[in-house]
Design a protein around this ligand. Structure first.
Ligand SMILES: Cc1cc2nc3c(=O)[nH]c(=O)nc-3n(C[C@H](O)[C@H](O)[C@H](O)COP(=O)(O)O)c2cc1C
Length: 222
């Protein structure tokens, strides 16, 4: 079978897409509607993600109705208020100034669910979480495909999954993995906003890469 070989320029484009992907929040979304063709391309990328045992354990709810988005936003407001209490002083002040979602501003929201297989899945028999990991792979494909189309995605996790399931009439066995806000954008920031405001900085390679094995831990519990 003829295989596709990528050249250096194509590899560079992928690197550019990875480096320029950003999380997009409400202050950066344009109201311009998203075409069905664009939504389909993003979903097609999701459906081509790797998955444990090729189980493809995902379902996607496309939300365009403003009244549904408003109910989800209500859950965000509750959770975000609680979230702020985890931080104190200057950090809390900074937290409260952040816009951490774009639910009602984005023309399209997509709720991504994990649907556990009823049958044993090849490869998932030891690490049950690999089903969920597969869904996250699909989300990353969506995020990168969207960026390649100059479309923004924001991942909102400050929501109550039980409430979102109820709002969307989701089957009991479905697990909410991601709630995504999608749309055209005013701009893509050069760096993560949390890096710009000095909330966090990017980790350096030599701080997270271990050669061969970890050094013996001082307080080994195993
Ligand atoms: C699992 C996950 C959950 C996230 N949840 C939120 C969220 O609730 N609100 C938000 O503003 N950003 C959220 N983000 C976006 C991150 O804050 C963002 O990816 C990070 O700051 C790096 O910025 P960048 O994506 O623009 O590179 C989430 C990202 C991931 C991967």
């Amino acid at each position: 079978m003829k295989q596709r070989i990528f050249n250096k320029d194509e590899a560079k484009v992928l690197e550019e897409i990875i480096l320029h992907r950003r999380d997009i929040r409400g202050n950066k979304f344009l109201q311009t509607p998203l075409s069905d063709a664009v939504i389909e391309k993003i979903l097609y990328a999701a459906l081509n993600a790797p998955s444990v045992g090729f189980s493809q354990p995902w379902e996607f709810v496309i939300v365009k109705e403003q009244s549904i988005k408003e109910q989800v936003k209500q859950s965000f407001n509750e959770e975000n208020q609680k979230g702020a209490t985890y931080f104190k002083g200057k950090k809390q002040k900074q937290y409260l100034q952040l816009k951490l979602e774009g639910i009602t501003e984005a023309p399209v929201n997509i709720a991504v669910f994990y649907k556990k297989s009823k049958d044993p899945v090849l490869g998932q028999t030891s690490m049950k979480e690999t089903g969920l990991y597969s869904v996250v792979c699909a989300v990353q494909n969506m995020w990168l495909m969207a960026r390649a189309l100059n479309i923004g995605i924001g991942w909102v996790s400050l929501i109550n999954p039980r409430k979102i399931k109820r709002i969307l009439n989701a089957p009991a066995e479905n697990q909410l993995v991601a709630y995504l806000c999608i749309g055209h954008v005013v701009e893509f920031l050069e760096k993560p906003e949390l890096e710009i405001i000095k909330w966090e900085s990017r980790k350096l390679m030599n701080n997270v890469i271990i050669n061969n094995k970890y050094k013996i831990q001082k307080h080994e519990n195993i």
